[in-house]
Write a new protein. Structure first.
Length: 604
């Protein structure tokens, strides 16, 4: 099979989008790929900033180049490149001065006769910067290279890049710094994820807080109103509490400003349908994307250790039987299932996919051919369903099931309720809260007056009040004195008892109501049961709980509670901005399923 050189160059670059690389390293790889495609002595990526071009990365030029600013009006070649929409080649006898005189590595002084190419980059139809190439061979570039450079530049426009931000051990300031770096790179699309368990994070040791996606969406939506924002969604849950809590949190993400949601990796087509039908019932439906990856026996073994990904015993049995026949047979079957899953998702109405696990050109081309072959035969979900079922069958084996043997909850089923102990606990704490913190009763007003005395603002007084609050609330609710008590908004289940400190709902790592950390039931499953039992489910949907600021932790929340007597207890950070920017999401959200060549990874 003949491989297109441009495609061979593109695949590693697209794969890099999934990796947590520093921007300078990402740009360096881009230029190295360009030199591989069009051999030359020097390349540069420059960003336009007003009347200046600022080098972001160079390859083959002196490092001193990165510290320079090129005024466009003083460099005729750069000015000429920006004036044309497409690539420009400067012939060897061009009399215009070269901006890189004295900057080419290994060459000192004036550049002799040489060949030069350049191409402008555009973002939202506005000039963003330049790619330039120089070679000392005066006849190196040919007319065909102009077309190649134009194609490469069109693939490397900044706007398609969807960056991921994971909230693991992150604070608001880290997110705002990320936004500034994205501004500098001309990027305005961000997928916000809470993140899976931080390696080495053990409950009971140093507390690790996670900036959860709901609060992160509010922060970014306020700071960058026009950006395209996405978040994760986790429908592959098979107990009512964990599944219902996931859909409640998904509603919060839409209210916080998500323009699209992307699903966790999963293979249960009935859950894919469930999620797309749920979205269609929302007041303002948004695009849904799905994360897909070909499932092999090796990956199944890994996924059994990955929180939130479901691989059932019957799925494992099938993969083992296929692998026992031959590795080639198992890989071919995996590819068939991947192609069929992509087709099925498109027929269900998904707007796009995150495709993972394709690492070279040959795999990508084979997948595309397989998709095309199946698409010529399948035109409806009715035609697709038998083919999907057949690809999970093997003679001599029982039918594959995609839900755990212990449970198979589906959205709409309502069977669980809180225990008497859980209900009594809620009513007791709710009554206690009304007595002391309603701000309206005489007892609450007296308590508020007492904790707002100036003595508690002194260092010693603050320490005493902090210890007092902690000694009262820790035995009752597991309080870690976050400094901004959110118990009223979490049905008196303290968010600090979640190992990740999540307040708005569960992460994607639960399994049959068990916490990702494995040592407890997920507190958000408890909240779900409680909300059903006491008629407070709207609390879990409507109250967007802001992040706890780092400088407010480990101090008493009582004075601040009464200072905010005129405010709602859980007013969202960012003023409750809930703009969805639907038209922008439809236009920019995402890579279409008919274009299966984009590769990226999705955090939990």
């Amino acid at each position: 099979m003949t491989t297109n050189p441009l495609l061979a160059t593109l695949i590693p670059l697209v794969a890099d989008l999934s990796r947590d690389l520093p921007e300078d390293e990402r740009y360096r790889r881009l230029l190295q790929a360009l030199r591989d495609l069009l051999p030359c002595d020097a390349t540069a990526l420059l960003r336009l900033d007003g009347e200046y071009l600022i080098p972001l990365a160079v390859d083959g030029l002196s490092p001193d180049t990165l510290g320079r600013r090129f005024r466009v009006g003083e460099h005729p070649r750069l000015e000429a490149l920006l004036e044309r929409r497409g690539p420009t080649r400067f012939p060897a006898d061009c009399g215009l001065p070269d901006p890189y005189d004295g900057l080419v590595e290994g060459l000192h002084g004036h550049l002799e006769i040489h060949d030069c190419l350049g191409c402008p980059l555009y973002l939202d139809d506005q000039p963003w910067g330049l790619l330039t190439l120089d070679t000392l061979d005066p006849s190196r570039f040919a007319s065909a290279d102009l077309d190649t450079l134009e194609a490469f530049a069109s693939l490397e426009q900044p706007h398609p890049a969807l960056l991921h931000f994971s909230g693991k051990d992150r604070e608001r300031q880290h997110l705002l710094e990320q936004l500034q770096r994205m501004d500098a790179a001309g990027l305005d699309q961000l997928l916000l994820l809470t993140g899976d368990r931080l390696p080495g994070h053990e409950p009971g040791q140093r507390p690790v807080r996670y900036l959860e996606s709901v609060a992160a969406l509010q922060i970014v939506r306020q700071a960058r109103p026009g950006w395209l924002l996405g978040a994760g969604m986790h429908p592959f849950k098979y107990r009512e509490e964990e599944g219902g809590a996931q859909y409640f949190k998904a509603e919060k993400k839409l209210a916080a400003g998500a323009d699209f949601l992307t699903l966790q990796l999963g293979y249960d087509a009935s859950k894919h349908r469930e999620a797309i039908q749920w979205m269609s019932r929302q007041p303002s439906p948004k695009p849904l994307l799905a994360c897909v990856m070909g499932l092999t026996l090796g990956r199944a073994r890994i996924f059994e250790q990955v929180a939130g990904i479901v691989v059932t015993p019957s799925m494992r049995d099938l993969l083992e039987a296929e692998a026992a026949l031959s590795k080639a047979h198992a890989q071919a079957r995996s590819l068939e299932r991947l192609a069929l899953q992509i087709i099925g998702l498109r027929l269900m109405g998904y707007a796009g996919i995150h495709l993972s696990g394709i690492h070279d050109v040959e795999q990508l081309l084979t997948l595309e051919q397989t998709i095309n072959r199946w698409q010529s035969r399948i035109h409806s979900l009715e035609q697709w369903a038998p083919a999907w079922a057949a690809c999970w069958q093997m003679p001599g084996l029982p039918a594959v099931t995609f839900h755990p043997p212990e449970a198979n909850w589906r959205l709409g089923e309502s069977r669980v309720t809180a225990s008497r102990k859980e209900t009594a606990r809620y009513h007791l704490l709710s009554g206690f809260h009304s007595l002391l913190f309603s701000r309206s009763s005489w007892l609450s007003q007296a308590f508020g007056w007492a904790v707002q005395r100036p003595v508690w603002a002194t260092p010693t007084g603050a320490r005493v009040l902090h210890r007092l609050e902690r000694s009262v609330k820790r035995p009752l609710v597991g309080c870690d004195t976050c400094g901004r008590c959110r118990l009223e908004d979490t049905l008196y289940v303290c968010p600090e008892t979640c190992p990740k400190g999540l307040a708005n709902g569960p992460c994607g790592g639960t399994s049959l109501n068990r916490c990702e950390f494995g040592d407890r039931e997920c507190i958000h499953s408890v909240k779900y049961r409680m909300a059903k039992a006491v008629g407070q489910t709207e609390v879990l949907v409507e109250r967007l709980i802001p992040c706890v600021e780092e400088n407010s932790r480990h101090r008493s929340s009582w004075p601040g509670w009464f200072e905010a007597r005129g405010c709602a207890s859980a007013s969202p950070c960012g003023g409750g901005v809930a703009s969805r920017l639907g038209q922008r999401a439809e236009q920019k959200a995402a890579l279409r399923i008919s274009q299966p060549g984009v590769i990226t990874e999705l955090d939990n």
